[in-house]
Design a protein around this ligand. Structure first.
Ligand SMILES: [Zn+2]
Length: 113
């Protein structure tokens, strides 16, 4: 399992995308190169979802929009009890859904230490 989150950079105009797009949102090009999304991201906004579908073992999940140092904004799940706008987060791989017999892993934002 690759534990690195990537942005997808248009080879023509340089615009960063996440997740991957088939066509560049700025220039229509179809060629991209993967660029590691590194560094601490800043939480811009978030919400908690309490009415989860059947099968979730938590009372709520938090989702937010973060901004990486390169300016790219990414949405994702946040794993923290204490969430505040402006906090620093890092992209990691974690359990995005706990199952009865199987946990599901995905990218998740955790508090930067
Ligand atoms: Zn482009």
């Amino acid at each position: 399992m690759a534990e690195q989150m990537y942005a997808y950079k248009c080879t023509r105009c340089g615009r960063l995308h996440h997740p991957a797009y088939l066509v560049c949102r700025q220039c229509g090009n179809r060629q991209f190169e993967a660029v590691p999304l590194e560094g601490e991201a800043t939480l811009l906004t978030f919400t908690r979802v309490y009415n989860l579908p059947e099968g979730y073992m938590k009372p709520w999940l938090a989702f937010g929009i973060v901004e990486f140092p390169n300016g790219l904004r990414v949405t994702g799940q946040i794993d923290s009890e204490d969430i505040n706008v402006g906090m620093k987060l890092k992209a990691t791989v974690g359990i995005v859904k706990e199952g009865v017999n199987q946990d599901y892993y995905g990218f998740i934002f955790m508090k930067a230490k």
